[in-house]
Ligand binder design. Structure first.
Ligand code: PHE
Length: 343
């Protein structure tokens, strides 16, 4: 019996040693089974207890229990230690060096055309305009007919177009949104702008593109006059070019406005003295506009005796080219960062 007692002490020492050398969970589980499992020396010793006196049985039983508790304690302590080691290693590997310089964060820029549109929206919504949208694939009805351009009208030719079928085309201007908004508003006053893409069959060169952008404006109400058109345009141009500028009207023709005007704005560079930008004239030709033609009002369900309106169409490319001194319209569409980042 003393032998067994002794043996357990020796076993405990070797277990302590082996467990402390365990490399991983698997080692630990094996060791625990070796020392405490069914085929362990402990099991054998326990089995031999039958032959012992009650007293010795009790003594050895106690010893065996202590042994079992001790081994379990070694194993659990080692398990904890291994786990901590694992976490430490992980933390070390994943560590962030806060002294490293930060990665450069590249911010994109908005295309200058988008910037111009945002500026227009800014100043116009400030004056109470709503921003409308319309489809780029448009019906002949809206693009031409409701704008007082019946089939066969010679003015259609100025906007030689991309047709999809006889009655469907890529819109040649943003003016169809005038007709759409008039019909939608059912005789009520209107104050909208509509920026967007338009298409015309054109040979692309430095100042022409088959696809470009416009911003339409339409105001309909009682007692709306040309003076309102002028005041609105003065405000818009002054905002976009950043200083107070005069605006002048020259007579023109559009089938959907009467009278129609071509609008020049005072050259923001020389303020009228004449320079290379305005080609010596002191004025920059910027947009078309006029008073909404009574036929358009009538066709769209408005009482043209009671209501008047003005409309204008600004070329976004031209406005942006003037503002920044850009000399080739194609630059806007090639997505070259070196170009875009200048604005
Ligand atoms: N839609 C005309 C164009 O593209 C511009 C315009 C708009 C003229 C509104 C008068 C009124 O040339």
């Amino acid at each position: 019996m003393g032998e067994n007692n002794n043996e357990l002490d020796i076993l405990k020492e070797s277990a302590k040693e082996e467990i402390s050398n365990a490399q991983n969970e698997q080692d630990l589980n094996n060791l625990k089974a070796n020392y405490l499992g069914k085929k362990s020396r402990l099991s054998e010793i326990m089995a031999s207890m039958r032959e012992l006196s009650i007293e010795k049985k009790k003594e050895l039983g106690q010893k065996a229990n202590e042994f079992r508790t001790k081994i379990e304690e070694f194993v659990e302590n080692k398990r904890q230690e291994l786990l901590e080691k694992l976490i430490d290693a992980k933390l070390k590997n994943d560590a962030i060096d806060v002294t490293m310089p930060a990665k450069k964060f590249k911010t994109g820029k908005l295309n200058p055309l988008t910037q111009t549109i945002r500026e227009l929206e800014d100043v116009c919504t400030g004056m109470g305009f709503m921003v409308e949208e319309g489809p780029e694939v448009e019906e002949d009805l809206y693009n031409f007919e409701l704008l007082n351009l019946p089939k066969g009208h010679p003015a259609r030719e100025m906007q030689d177009s991309f047709y999809i079928d006889e009655n469907t085309l890529l819109r040649t201007h943003t003016s169809p949104v005038q007709a759409r908004t008039l019909l939608k508003s059912k005789g009520q006053p209107i104050k909208i702008i509509c920026p967007g893409k338009v298409y015309r069959r054109d040979n692309d060169d430095a100042t022409h593109s088959h696809q470009f952008m416009q911003c339409e404006g339409l105001v309909v109400g009682e007692n709306v006059t040309m003076a309102d058109l002028k005041g609105t345009l003065v405000k818009i141009c002054s905002h976009v070019f950043g200083s107070d500028l005069r605006v002048r009207f020259r007579p023109s023709f559009f089938p959907f406005t009467e009278p129609s005007v071509e609008v020049d704005v005072e050259c923001f560079k020389c303020h009228g003295d004449g320079c290379n930008l305005c080609k010596g004239s002191g004025w920059i030709e910027l947009l078309g506009g006029g008073m909404v033609h009574p036929n358009v009002l009538k066709m769209c369900g408005y009482d043209s005796e009671k209501y008047q309106g003005f409309a204008f169409g600004i070329g976004i490319e031209r406005l942006t080219m003037m503002k920044y001194g850009i000399d080739d319209v194609r630059n806007f569409y090639i997505d070259d960062e070196r170009f875009i980042n200048q604005f």
